[in-house]
Design a protein around this ligand. Sequence first.
Ligand code: HEM
Ligand SMILES: *[C@@H]1O[C@H](CO)[C@@H](O)[C@H](O)[C@H]1NC(C)=O
Ligand SMILES: *[C@@H]1O[C@H](CO)[C@@H](O)[C@H](O)[C@H]1NC(C)=O
Ligand SMILES: *[C@@H]1O[C@H](CO)[C@@H](O)[C@H](O)[C@H]1NC(C)=O
Ligand SMILES: *[C@@H]1O[C@H](CO)[C@@H](O)[C@H](O)[C@H]1NC(C)=O
Ligand SMILES: *[C@@H]1O[C@H](CO)[C@@H](O)[C@H](O)[C@H]1NC(C)=O
Ligand SMILES: *[C@@H]1O[C@H](CO)[C@@H](O)[C@H](O)[C@H]1NC(C)=O
Ligand SMILES: CC(=O)N[C@H]1CO[C@H](CO)[C@@H](O)[C@@H]1O
Length: 351
Amino acid sequence: MATYNYSSNVVVVMMMICVSCVVYAHKSSDVPLAEGLSWSFYDKSCPGVESIIRTKLKKVFKKDIGQAAGLLRLHFHDCFVQGCDGSVLLDGSASGPGEKNAPPNLSLRAKAFEIINDLRARVHKQCGRVVSCSDIAAIAARDSVFLSNGPDYAVPLGRRDGLTFATRAVTIANLPSSASNASTIVAFLATKNLDATDAVALSGGHTIGLSNCSSFNNRLYPTQDPVMDQTFAKNLKAICPTNNTVATTVLDIRSPNAFDNKYYVNLMNRQGLFTSDQDLYSYSKTKDIVINFAVNQSLFFEKFIIAMTKMGQLSVLTGSQGEIRANCSARNPSKDNLASLYEDVDNLSAF
Ligand code: HEM
Ligand SMILES: *[C@@H]1O[C@H](CO)[C@@H](O)[C@H](O)[C@H]1NC(C)=O
Ligand SMILES: *[C@@H]1O[C@H](CO)[C@@H](O)[C@H](O)[C@H]1NC(C)=O
Ligand SMILES: *[C@@H]1O[C@H](CO)[C@@H](O)[C@H](O)[C@H]1NC(C)=O
Ligand SMILES: *[C@@H]1O[C@H](CO)[C@@H](O)[C@H](O)[C@H]1NC(C)=O
Ligand SMILES: *[C@@H]1O[C@H](CO)[C@@H](O)[C@H](O)[C@H]1NC(C)=O
Ligand SMILES: *[C@@H]1O[C@H](CO)[C@@H](O)[C@H](O)[C@H]1NC(C)=O
Ligand SMILES: CC(=O)N[C@H]1CO[C@H](CO)[C@@H](O)[C@@H]1O
């Protein structure tokens, strides 16, 4: 009997080890953890958080895989502006639903904000108000990558939600323009401790999703960017016949909905959409990285995970800083009357 118990415990332990190995084979142990974040933050307080999110997102993406791109970009904007503190989610933020038309025109998908709030309601319903909106956004970004055929990887957790949204000026100052050249992009990301490899890998986020004409018109009008492939330019002009046309096109012409390394193959064929994309293949410090990713998808995935893990820890709030929002779009009204608010917001019928 003792022997039996002993071996079954061993089996259970082995299964647990294996489960974490198989599900998150790509924990980026190369990247140091920010103080206060951990790989097992919700293991006791909300062990189901990641499966609740993934299960729901599978359904969301089955209906519209485009939402994956919206969620991935949302996390990027959250992290670059004032750190990964969920500030982008707050109504009234320069990048939030209240000011969608503010320059720079962020064009974040309205639906992405709704999805985050829906996930929050599901998670809080099961665990109580213990998981932050910024962590939900980080997990949702990872699942967007994985469920678009990209790599799976573990996300350090324990972020807290910020109390303030960024001003318009701070938002503009922290999001590079798609008309920037590669040296500007690399120099800008360096201010966030992201190196040239990170810059090239993160730009690979443009392997999924859409863009409005306004984000690449600078390459068509008044004169065509000589670097751009002729046929590609002709097709873009058909979609955006004038400098003012309001229309959208895919970021990755080879595989618009798949998270893969085709973005880099596009760049090598001069079919990158933005100046900030295409110039990565011209700039001496990034050209070889583009080539290496174009010929080796595993290498891209490996470097993307490292870069995302770094980006996902930018200026995080942890410990007793910030709060756990009861509604991702608004800061908590006060420290005391949350119980009643929390009951009210658990309405899942919208999804
Ligand atoms: C390096 C600097 C970056 C620049 C200049 C940039 C710029 C842009 C622009 C202008 C758009 C299109 C907006 C529109 O016109 O609708 C866009 C879309 C997108 N970006 Fe970036 N981006 C950058 C980095 C990133 C990063 C780091 C990620 C994520 C890892 C990312 C993921 C996306 C995605 C997924 C979309 C498509 C969104 C959708 O379909 O809703 N971008 N980006
Ligand atoms: C972007 O801003 C321009 C004006 O600056 C506006 O015409 C356009 O509709 C905006 N696009 C989005 C997606 O908000
Ligand atoms: C990149 O853009 C910056 C800012 O516009 C400019 O100063 C610089 O000369 C450009 N670099 C190259 C190599 O074109
Ligand atoms: C294209 O439109 C943008 C914004 O509407 C404007 O800033 C730019 O000067 C225009 N370019 C040309 C060549 O008309
Ligand atoms: C591709 O990159 C992976 C990950 O770094 C590496 O293990 C593998 O050897 C590379 N493959 C080739 C053919 O270079
Ligand atoms: C969440 O906060 C936003 C912004 O204050 C508000 O418009 C929305 O109604 C709130 N949602 C719920 C479910 O209370
Ligand atoms: C949930 O929201 C829907 C519409 O968004 C509304 O019709 C319904 O009454 C709400 N249910 C509860 C229990 O608040
Ligand atoms: C004005 C315009 O075309 N806006 C679109 C920009 O792109 C997003 C999708 O990425 C659309 O949701 C916007 O409607």
